[in-house]
Design a protein. Structure first.
Ligand code: GDD
Ligand code: MN
Length: 352
């Protein structure tokens, strides 16, 4: 198999048939396959299989009953299943013209990754539905390129969903897909050579976009995570927990509860909240290989309780013996506890 075209679909029954026909006309043949990774509930998969059987290319439909990783997860699943030496990725709603595929694949001759860019000379983003999306797309592209100045130097459109890669040169095992922007992760994890071809992002022909505020938040999370790694996500959640803790104590005290029980309740509630967020955002990729969620919770909860008891007594001892000023004692013990907590969670709670 020479070429695989990976197409993620989420309720695209209105366009998938035309898309597959046009892909087949553009690059189809006995050495081409189209891998449709479908998370739909509207019969897209059946339509794809049906039209697939009439085409020259081999159409493989993977329907996922329990989708993970959103759009990025679907793309990576498609790339893993793909048999072609060269793999292209494109949307199913005809915003990415299939007729551009030959140029895109040809650009792989001298690069690891070929990017169809809206923002290089000759390209266009006409299809972004409003001035707001235009603005958001432009600004996030600039900020993202500024955060990864070397890795993204050669790429004007790291958020495009239309690209191709040479499978022998991109290791899929190291990707941890989340959200909408898988190309960004591919370009940032490792230094890659990039070739760009301009293309015009057309208007959506039918159906509705799955972009949302939620996807936007996932994107911000992805940026922080790619830039600063797992530990920063852990720190961010810890900081959120500290703020929640303070608020909760104030509320309980205002409601008439004495300080000590209020502080204990707030601390325990925060630990549970932190655990839930950590499971999803920081260690989500390790959950599958680790122990049961019950055992993970018990270990995490026990550690955090022991940790805070030691931390508070130690800080109290340091202050009452005049070793450190109370603010410094708190800061130092918190910093040490943060590292200890991270190490314990990464190596013990989520050990594979
Ligand atoms: N399998 C699967 N699972 N497919 C999905 C999912 C999902 O959870 N969410 C979206 N898709 C598919 C859609 O069916 C479509 O084929 C493609 O991914 C893009 O989704 P749209 O909903 O059309 O997104 P968009 O037009 O707002 O975003 C596009 O433009 C961005 C750049 O502005 C996409 O191409 C993005 O990849 C691109 O970054
Ligand atoms: Mn679209």
């Amino acid at each position: 198999m020479q070429v695989s075209v990976v197409v993620p679909t989420y309720n695209e029954s209105a366009t998938v048939v035309e898309l597959l026909r046009r892909v087949d006309a553009a690059v189809g043949g006995p050495r081409t396959e189209v891998v449709v990774v479908d998370d739909s509930t509207d019969g897209t998969a059946d339509l794809a299989r049906e039209v697939g059987s009439t085409l020259r290319s081999d159409v493989v439909v993977i329907h996922r009953d329990q989708p993970t990783g959103g759009l990025s997860g679907a793309v990576v699943a498609g790339l893993r299943a793909a048999r072609g030496a060269q793999c292209a990725v494109m949307d199913a709603d005809l915003q990415h013209p299939p007729e551009d595929l030959p140029r895109l694949l040809a650009a792989l001759d001298d690069a690891d990754v070929a990017v169809a860019s809206r923002y290089t000379a000759g390209g266009g983003a006409d299809g972004l539905s409003s001035w707001l999306r235009h603005g958001v797309s432009r600004v996030t592209t600039l900020v993202t390129r500024a955060m990864f100045p070397t890795r993204l130097r050669a790429c004007t459109d790291p958020m495009t969903g239309f690209f191709a890669l040479d499978r022998s040169r991109v290791d899929l095992a190291e990707l941890r897909p989340k959200g909408f922007k898988i190309l960004l992760e591919i370009l940032v994890r490792r230094r890659r050579s990039v070739a760009e071809v301009p293309f015009t992002f057309g208007p959506r022909r039918a159906g509705t976009s799955k972009a949302s505020l939620r996807q936007g938040l996932w994107f911000l999370w992805q940026l922080v995570d790619l830039r600063f790694g797992r530990m920063s996500g852990f720190a961010l959640i810890g900081a959120l927990g500290a703020v929640a803790n303070v608020l909760l104590v104030s509320v309980l005290v205002a409601l008439g509860m004495p300080f000590l029980p209020a502080a204990v309740i707030a601390a325990e509630v925060t630990m549970v909240g932190n655990f839930v967020l950590q499971e999803k955002f920081v260690f989500g990729d390790l959950v599958a290989g680790a122990e049961s969620v019950r055992r993970r919770f018990l270990k995490s909860f026990a550690f955090n309780n022991v940790e805070s008891a030691i931390r508070i007594s130690l800080a109290w001892w340091l202050v009452s013996h005049g070793v450190l000023h109370s603010a410094i004692a708190t800061a130092v013990t918190l910093a040490v506890a943060f590292v200890a907590r991270f190490v314990f969670h990464a190596l013990v709670v989520y050990r594979p």
